[in-house]
Design a protein around this ligand. Sequence first.
Ligand code: IFM
Length: 468
Amino acid sequence: MEFPKNFTWGAGASSYQIEGAAYDGGKGLSIWDKFCKSPGKIYKAQTGDVACDHYNRFLDDVSLMKEVGLKAYRFSVSWPRVIPNGYGKVNEAGLDFYDRLVDALLAVNIEPWITLYHWELPWQLHLEGGWLNPNISDRFAEYTSVVAKRLSDRVSRWITINEVQVIVGLGYGSGIHAPGLKLSLHEILQAGHHVQLAHGKSVQTLRANAKRPVLIGGAPVGVVSRPNTESPEDIEAARMATFDVVPPESTDPMAMQNGIWNSAWWMDPMFKGEYPENGLEAYREHLPEMSDGDLDIIFQPLDFLGANIYHGRTVKADGNGGYEILNMPDGSPLTTMGWDIVPDILYWGSKYLYERYGKPIVVTENGTATTDFPDENGEVIDSARCSYLKEHLKGISRVAADGVECMGYFHWSIMDNFEWDRGYSQRFGIVYVNYQTQERILKQSAKEYRDVIESNGASLSVSKACEV
Ligand code: IFM
């Protein structure tokens, strides 16, 4: 197993999912603070009010990251913690928190990778129309400049916005995420267009304010397909499926939400400066309003493509120049989220995205939820995650050997955390969190990941079952 020299081995988490301290330190309210209090929205009415209490325990958490051997840690900044209303007055205590976190990471040689938006829209901005308000992109640029001015003397890796598809698909389409809206496809796409503009202005702002050379990327969720066989026809069919944009089957909110899960509509503007033809056709009756020059703003030079890839569809050529999506065989492995486990998706996903956009790939998220609990010895033996991690990493090694530029891998997640509408029912961490005591336990996967990191991937060649 070979990985590029200087490959970035990391893990990630997001502010609302781990920080807690939802009402402390001058933080403003976000759409998630409000949504979690709405009856029936979240599994067992759980909230991120306390979560992993990372806000108060970040020094211990950084020590754990060091113990795992991480070279980099990807975290998000909470917009309302830094600017409580989303614009205007800055909360210095909020900025101080991230300042201290960055210093703590750098002190142990872990490189901070900042994501500016991981879904915590300030509540006040939501009241003013949220992502549907055309001026939100300017608000986001102002917020970017506040964070950049404070942290870019030490932070050189930046991601603007995480998973635009989820922000608008689940937040404005199906309503299962905050702010819980069920809007028309036109409005979903309009909100999405504003997210794209926010991304573009944020990149401009970062470049203008950075105090040291920066590398910037976006992190849409990579909705990718893999070929059923490695015949040229199946490989082409999976490529076609990966970048297809399918019109929604009906105006039912769930169909609308399903209709936006693709890569091309969301990635082409950012990485190619245009909306794809097939998307303009599929959404022709629902297109967002846009002004001349919007695409120039959205299409900023980027240094990498952040791909969040968890699972994928299997596709074969249909014999007529099209593709057919196959059902997984009965009994195929699933995560506790119900997602298919198809390890070569990192190979195919990275390959297709690199071919189309020509940007170095950073896998900004990849991981699995499993049922983890301490055994009688107090250890957490998460064999399924060990296999998931190692088998997926092999896909990166393979694609790098094909010539795809691979910059790094961030396992999702560093620790168990609040999984949005699923609350604490899903454990994604390589560190186990006891939410009653806030005790952390390094899971077996954390130890095996440490071996992988230490050997720059060489330990993956030694095929061994999860050590028990
Ligand atoms: O936990 C989420 C994360 O916030 C965004 N990407 C997917 C993860 C797993 O669902």
